[in-house]
Design a protein around this ligand. Sequence first.
Ligand SMILES: Nc1nc2c(ncn2[C@@H]2O[C@H](COP(=O)(O)OP(=O)(O)O)[C@@H](O)[C@H]2O)c(=O)[nH]1
Ligand SMILES: [Mg+2]
Length: 316
Amino acid sequence: MLVDDKVKKLAFLGLDNAGKTSIITAITKKFGYEEEIFKLMPTRKIARDAFRFLGIEFVRMDFGGQLQYREEYLKHPTKYISGTDLIYYVIDAQNSERFVETVDYLDQILLFLKEEREYPPICIIFHKFDPQIRNEKEINQRILTIKQALTRYSHDFDIFFFETTIYDIKSVMDAFSSGLSLLFEKMEMVSHLFAEMSKNYNTLMIALFDAKGITIGEYYKPHLHLQEKIRIYDKYLETQRRIIDQNRRMFEFSDKFDNGQRYSGLVELLNFGNLDFYLLFIIEEDKEDLASTIKILDKIEAAKPQMENMILQLIQ
Ligand SMILES: Nc1nc2c(ncn2[C@@H]2O[C@H](COP(=O)(O)OP(=O)(O)O)[C@@H](O)[C@H]2O)c(=O)[nH]1
Ligand SMILES: [Mg+2]
């Protein structure tokens, strides 16, 4: 499944105050799991924690971004930066005064990696992309300029861009999950299967999450608005929590969007040994024909074996 089975190292890099620690905290705390902080290195200010995903152990390293630490990492890059499997580089999207400084730091990191011939995927996260600035022309223009400037590295590195904000946990989880999926070759087949399945039903969304909320695959109806996605995701989180608290295997719910359109949802727990996964299925409700909604939810039940097979392939 992976290139090799040793522990995978994820690095969160960026200037101080970019939001690295907030992102990691949001990912871990949202799902109420106490992550095992097994080593804290206050002197070098790299906080490490460990987690498992699809049966593989990961170490997540939060590189303190103050100037003195950055200088230390760049002075001994072999010690700090080498051997990283995936880099999340976090930029404060609201602080354009530090754009030059942050691009410069990223430059130095990438130059070092290039010299070492190490090419981990690079996820560049424009963070603090809060709802109220999402439509601001100037900020969007500046972000675009940085993206264009960084294309000079795309010959050597696989570079991916994300916009995130702590006010939308989905944006943070999407960036994190997308990064991880780059390390698992088979993960994209999950999304493909969901896209296929969606053709048979009037589906708004199908998604598969691991117990910690990492997305393993998902399909959205193409025209679904961001607000609606966020609403569904919040509803999912609430439902997942209920399943855990009430020790259930499945929960169905009905809800409506701001525009009045009603939708039905189902969250189902799937276990494989000690690994838990959650399947989320969302369909539009037909006001005239509620029986058809129920019929569709029954059909989903029938598609479960196929889904379980796929998960088995992922974790084998
Ligand atoms: N507006 C806004 N502020 C944020 C967001 N995420 C984090 N912050 C704030 O940014 C500051 C720096 O965050 P922190 O995670 O400590 O940054 P780090 O130095 O990169 O680890 C804190 O005051 C956070 O509350 C966000 O999405 N939007
Ligand atoms: Mg920090």
